[in-house]
Design a protein around this ligand. Structure first.
Ligand code: RFL
Ligand code: PHB
Length: 393
């Protein structure tokens, strides 16, 4: 089997890359270890930056998002029992965010690729990469119990944080930067009406809590938990009691509750692999970098990477120019480190750290009051949250 671009992973990075390449006449094959149903049902991100929304719309996969997603013009920072709104349009020249679940984006991309005759192999795990430093790199994969091989011009490693592509870069040709946070997030989905029109980020002495939404009848909530916490430790009533305690306000705001139908614990960590390329292998999205979810940047960074990669691959295909491809990692890493800093800053400002250091607590409160009261500080949060401009394909 041969193709121009062998893409490992049918997450946002891999599927969008395949779509962008197709629009410019470059062919690809996507290998995905899981089934289509599993990919389309995994609950993950919800916040799309303005640039991500504009891109999905301009490349023809935004119709359902525009109909069913919800535009949010601000977020609330809650601390000391009071809410403080950060208004995006007035602070960013009219920009906003969209709430539309990641698995809905994936359904739209899969549909678009299959309707265009795209080749996505589900239940076809890549098991190894060969000859990455030659001009005929190969991906070994399994399908229907058989060992197979995909020969390509270029391999795009879009296989997320536990994939096979990053480890295929020799250890002495990459540097990995890591940060682990001493807490996790407990996430739930509940059938309940909306408690707040906008996302609420809460700093409380008991720990961080977040109120988000998926639809008028399905709500997404998270709260800071132990890093090794387990779903079994949290019966429904304990979850609601903890959320009520952390989200309580002085003016009697109430949390809408309802049946919980999904629970999970998420680790909070940062990783960057530098450079994001080796020979003919190019990493994109979570395969190259992970951010803690507090900044809502992971999916958006995956999109930003593949916009740069698609443009570089198309240029190489059209004119033989390789300068954009050579610069791929440097181009992406500037945005990646900005997002890492923003995600670290939001995480540091909003969580309780072990040890209960009273000095640290006062610094966090001071920072929150500053962001809530200074237009300059609020503009910095808003600009990063709605996302810096994307390089256009
Ligand atoms: P993905 O989505 O992990 O996709 C990788 C795909 O590769 C497949 N795979 C393989 N396929 C073939 N062979 C192999 N050997 C393979 N190994 C793995 C996997 O099955 C999978 O289908 O990576 P990608 O495309 O880079 O996308 C990254 C995003 O998924 C991730 O950054 C976001 O979900 C992060 N994130 C958020 N990002 C945002 O921008 N906004 C948010 O609001 C937001 N909220 C979140 C989040 C992540 C969360 N979790 C669960 C970590 C909220 C949560 C709870
Ligand atoms: C979500 O809605 O899942 C969500 C919202 C904000 C975040 C992370 C996740 O920072």
């Amino acid at each position: 089997m041969r193709t121009q671009v062998g893409i490992v992973g049918a997450g946002p990075a891999g599927l969008l890359l395949s779509h962008l390449l197709h629009l410019e006449g470059v062919e690809s094959v996507v290998l995905e270890s899981r089934s289509r149903e599993a990919v389309e049902q995994t609950i993950r991100a919800g916040v799309l930056e303005q640039g991500t929304v504009d891109l999905l719309t301009s490349v023809g996969v935004g119709d359902r998002m525009q109909r069913e997603g919800a535009v949010h013009h601000g977020i609330e920072l809650r601390f000391d029992g009071r809410g403080h709104r950060i208004d995006f349009p007035s602070l960013t020249g009219g920009r906003a965010i969209m709430l539309y679940a990641q698995h809905e984006v994936l359904k739209d991309l899969i549909k678009a690729r299959l309707e265009a005759g795209g080749d996505i192999r589900f239940e076809a795990p890549a098991v190894g990469l060969d000859d990455l430093d030659s001009d005929r790199p190969r991906v070994r994969f399994q399908q229907d119990g058989r060992d197979q091989e995909l020969e390509c011009d270029v391999v795009a490693g879009c296989d997320g944080s536990w994939g096979v592509c990053l480890p295929a870069i020799p250890a002495d040709r990459r540097t990995e930067y890591h940060r682990e946070y001493p807490f996790g997030w407990f996430g739930i989905l509940a059938e309940a009406p909306q408690s707040s029109k906008e996302i609420v980020y809460t700093y409380h002495e008991r720990g961080f809590a977040l109120v988000s939404t998926r639809s008028p009848t399905v709500q997404r909530l998270y709260f800071q938990c132990e890093p090794d916490d387990e779903v079994g430790n949290w019966p429904d009533e304990r979850i609601w009691a903890e959320l009520r305690a952390r989200l309580e306000t002085r003016d009697g705001w109430t949390l809408a509750e309802g049946p919980i139908f999904q629970k999970g614990v998420i680790t909070m960590r940062s990783v960057v692999c530098q450079p994001m390329q080796y020979g003919r292998l190019f990493l994109a999205g979570d395969a190259a970098h992970i951010v803690p979810a507090t900044g809502a940047k992971g999916l958006n960074l995956a999109v930003a990477d593949v916009v740069v990669l698609a443009r570089a691959l198309v240029e190489r295909d059209r004119s033989g120019r390789t300068d954009l491809l050579d610069a791929y990692s440097d181009t992406c890493l500037r945005r990646v480190w900005r997002a890492q800093h923003f995600s670290w800053w939001m995480t540091s400002m909003l969580h309780r750290f072990p040890g209960d250091d009273p000095f640290q607590h006062q610094l966090q409160l001071s920072q929150l009051r500053y962001v809530a009261s200074s237009p300059a500080a609020a503009a910095s949060l808003a600009e990063n949250y709605v996302g810096l401009p994307l390089e256009r394909p």
